[in-house]
Design a protein around this ligand. Structure first.
Ligand SMILES: [Zn+2]
Length: 105
């Protein structure tokens, strides 16, 4: 049986650091998540790495805190609990999981 070659990922350490920062901010409330998310964005920007859109949608553009789902009308609306900024996403294809969760409620 042939040995499988390990998959090499460029900038693996940077991805791991960004992942750590994103996961760490989930355990804190108030202003610390803003700091962690800002650090994550800066680390990614330095090496020119893109943040996955599903993660990017959970971060407030104004203060970098975590946004929370508020309601669903024609679009999914999310609100930042720190600065009050609202963001909405209308592309239903991107939110199939969210739509199925809402229907089950
Ligand atoms: Zn905010």
């Amino acid at each position: 049986m042939a040995k499988k070659k390990p998959i090499s990922i460029q900038n693996r350490d940077i991805y791991q650091r960004m992942n750590f920062l994103y996961q760490a901010q989930m355990h804190y409330k108030h202003l610390l998540p803003c700091y962690f998310n800002r650090q994550m964005k800066q680390v990614g920007r330095k090496v020119v790495l893109r943040i996955d859109p599903s993660i990017k949608r959970t971060i407030c553009k104004k203060c970098n805190a975590l946004v929370e789902f508020v309601e669903y009308r024609d679009k999914a609306i999310f609100e930042c609990k720190i600065c009050g900024t609202r963001k909405s996403f209308g592309d239903k294809a991107l939110f199939n999981d969210l739509n199925s969760e809402i229907k089950t409620l």
